[in-house]
Design a protein around this ligand. Structure first.
Ligand code: UTP
Length: 287
């Protein structure tokens, strides 16, 4: 199975940082967000990866490329550990890049991969969503796909007042944590929302989605929305949703970015004690 990582969005919620730096390159402790996403695909057995990029996103390609000068200098200095880490990144996977010339929405971005995907089911991992989980999230979706042979989307329950930030599903639970989807609504108001079960940045999609995207008219924000295309797909094929086990962070959101940095740093032995000490002092001071 191949994976598509859309990373061509403008990241307007994270301005001014994203004026000239892709949000997918925001650091989470010491790695850019998109590296966590690529590693999730690889840890799920997917190593053919297509990244959808756009203008100003060249640093993403450079990050996964060989850094010849840097490698040479690290070698001369005998910094073996750093050298291996840097080399490992460029050897992670076969990565292909396709440019989305205009940020016309997630559906439009995914459509750009049509020629490279062909007639197979494929995975989609949003380049700015990090999911921290014991079992990689996209692997959890793959297992449901293998059982039902249909499109699978990742979902989680959200607070009622947050439904208007997400695509929301209406579904029937067919086994614990797995739903057969009846309807999807993009960013509904609290009154319109059929549930509080929200779509979260990971999908296994049927190739039929490309035909559906072709028929999808621009929706919210004048963008071609994947959720609208999924509703067209639902007219002909089944869609399942899995309430995955894990915690999701939207790096396009400033607060989520702050939280994941603190949480990931607390998981690292080198920072844990120092950071707890620092936070205690800081909270005493503020309090
Ligand atoms: P978002 O919904 O977070 O959109 O995209 P955005 O436009 O980048 O962010 P804001 O709302 O302006 O802050 C979800 C994922 O889809 C990609 C983004 O890069 C992100 O990984 N995307 C979105 C595209 O590749 N192309 C698009 O036209 C829109």
């Amino acid at each position: 199975m191949k994976a598509v990582i859309p990373a061509a969005g403008l990241g307007t919620r994270f301005l001014p940082m994203t004026k000239n730096t892709p949000k997918e390159m925001l650091p989470v402790v010491d790695k850019p967000a998109i590296q966590y996403v690529v590693e999730e695909a690889i840890n799920s057995g997917i190593d053919d990866i297509i990244i959808i990029t756009g203008r100003g996103k060249e640093v993403i390609e450079n990050h996964f490329d060989v850094a010849y000068e840097l490698e040479k200098i690290l070698e001369e200095r005998g910094e073996r550990e750093k050298l291996e880490e840097i080399r490992r990144i460029s050897e992670l996977a076969d990565i292909f890049y396709v440019r989305q010339k205009k940020a016309l929405g997630l559906g439009h971005a995914i459509y750009k991969a049509k020629k490279l995907i062909g007639d197979e089911f494929f995975a989609v991992l949003l380049g700015d969503d990090i999911i921290v989980a014991r079992k990689p999230c996209i692997l959890q979706l793959k297992e449901v796909y293998e059982k039902y042979n249909a499109t699978v989307i990742a979902v989680q329950e959200v607070e009622k007042e947050n439904v208007s930030k997400y695509g929301i599903i209406e579904g029937e639970e067919v086994e614990e944590g797995v739903y057969k989807v009846k309807r999807l609504v993009e960013k509904p108001s609290l009154e319109e929302a059929p549930s509080n079960i929200a779509i979260m940045g990971r999908y296994i999609l049927s190739p039929f989605i490309f035909e559906c995207i072709e028929r999808t008219k621009p929706g919210k924000n004048n963008e071609i929305q994947l959720t609208d295309a999924l509703n067209l797909l639902l007219e002909k094929e089944d869609i399942y949703a899995i309430k995955f086990d894990g915690k999701r962070y939207d790096l396009g959101d400033k607060f989520d970015w702050l939280c994941i940095n603190i949480e990931m740093a607390l998981q690292r032995e080198e920072f844990k004690e120092k950071l707890i000490d620092y936070l205690k002092k800081l909270l005493n001071y503020v309090g």
